[in-house]
Design a binder for this molecule. Structure first.
Ligand code: PLP
Length: 398
């Protein structure tokens, strides 16, 4: 038998993928499952982007690429950061990665030494703590409260920083809470980070899915003093319905960025050239599809919030962006069905899949016990039908 490393043993299987697999299995058995568990837009990649990718294949962009990305794409990203985020970077301060996920993973590999602390505000995206552990760091979970709309308060952040703190990961709009920050709120967090000279990984993958009417403001823009401590992470997955294309990027201090590229070079060399061509088109081309998808997500958010509000005992804060709701479901925890007690939200999610044939994810793996994460990246009709099923199944618990 091959002995597994300690690093491998401490990894937990992804809860979101686990739930998606269970839902898929039921579907394959012929059950009509409605999924609120997915973390990706249900739209197709816009046609002009797909065409650019096909053209890239025909043009022979099928060989190895530079591990920091093709120059044309890094230029497109540089221009985007200037145009949309008012951030100036040189081409050497930008690296293309295999999804935003790899940008975050490699950034942690570059800045974390064994035992270093990385502050992860909760609720968090499931990958952050595991990625910190894989960098031999220590995730320090910083709880936020629903009363604060799950936003990190500057004094709480300052209080969590110790001499071992290397970085904090901020995600806005957030998966799973949908919360974001005003320019002033994020500026205040930037001041704490710059004062204490820690790094911030600023995960902005949902920047284009914001429904507040405000403009998304990056921490590096809101607090210019914080820019030298910031690694901005973004990508095309969520904004352009391109999850499967696997392109993300990081922008930040040149030494950090070049090390991220060196690590990428040892992992997957670089991402396909034709994918990068499609991403140039996504970033530089017409943006009207992005706006259409944003408006549709906003309508779905409102529809799902309204439907959930009719379930007695269900409490749900209004998210600013992304495509998730995080309703509190404490009212049903401790209840039973067929004599089986439901001790936590994960078990409630299992019950809902079995009884209502609706896939949701329990909040525990997001650092949100007592909550369910519901994705509204599905049709309005499925949202209405799915919430009606949830309502019925919940009312059967005693
Ligand atoms: N960051 C957050 C908060 C996410 O929710 C996700 C995907 O679910 C990612 C990063 C990863 O995105 P990508 O597809 O670009 O790797």
């Amino acid at each position: 038998m091959i002995k597994l490393s300690q690093r491998a043993q401490q990894m937990k299987p992804s809860a979101t993928l686990g739930m998606a697999a269970k839902a898929k299995k039921l579907k394959a058995e012929g059950v009509d499952v409605i999924s609120f568990a997915v973390g990706e837009p249900d739209f197709d990649t816009p046609l002009h982007i797909r065409e650019a990718g096909k053209k890239g294949i025909d043009e022979g962009l099928t060989r190895y690429t530079p591990s920091n990305g093709i120059p044309e794409l890094r230029i497109a990203v540089r221009e985007k950061l200037k145009r949309e985020n008012n951030l100036s970077y040189s081409d050497e301060e930008i690296v293309v990665t295999c999804g935003a996920k790899q940008a975050i993973y490699n950034a942690l590999q570059v800045i974390v030494d064994p035992g270093d602390e990385v502050i992860v505000p909760a609720p968090y995206w499931v990958s952050y703590p595991d990625q910190v552990l894989l960098a031999a760091g220590r995730p320090v979970i910083l709880a936020t409260s629903e009363a604060d709309s799950f936003r990190v308060k500057p004094d709480k952040l300052a209080g969590a920083i110790t001499p071992r703190t290397r970085a904090v990961i901020l995600n806005y709009p957030s998966n799973p809470t949908g919360s974001s920050y005003s320019a002033e709120e994020i500026r205040q967090l930037g001041e704490v980070i710059a004062d204490r000279k820690i790094a911030v990984i600023s995960d902005e993958v949902y920047e284009k899915l914001l429904y507040t009417g405000e403009r998304h403001t990056s921490i590096a823009e809101a607090c210019p003093r914080c820019k030298e401590y910031t690694i901005v992470v973004n990508g095309v997955s969520k904004s352009y319905a391109m999850t499967g294309w696997r392109m993300g990027y990081a922008a930040g201090p040149r030494d950090v960025i070049s090390k991220i590229a060196e690590i990428t070079g040892q992992q997957n060399t670089g991402i396909p050239g034709f994918v990068q061509k499609a991403c140039v088109e996504a970033i530089r081309g017409p943006q009207d599809e992005v706006e259409r998808m944003r408006q549709e997500f906003k309508a779905r958010r409102d529809l799902m919030l309204e439907a959930l509000a009719s379930i007695r005992g269900m409490r749900c804060h209004v998210p600013d962006g992304a495509f998730y709701l995080l309703p509190g479901v404490e009212a049903w925890i401790g209840k039973s069905w067929n004599g089986n007690r439901i001790p936590d939200a994960d078990t409630l999610a299992e019950y809902l899949l079995e009884e209502a044939h609706v896939a949701t994810v329990g909040g525990d793996p997001f650092g949100a016990p007592g909550f369910l994460r519901l994705s509204y990246a599905t049709s309005r009709q499925k949202i209405e039908e799915g919430v009606a099923r949830l309502s019925k199944a919940l009312s059967r618990l005693a």
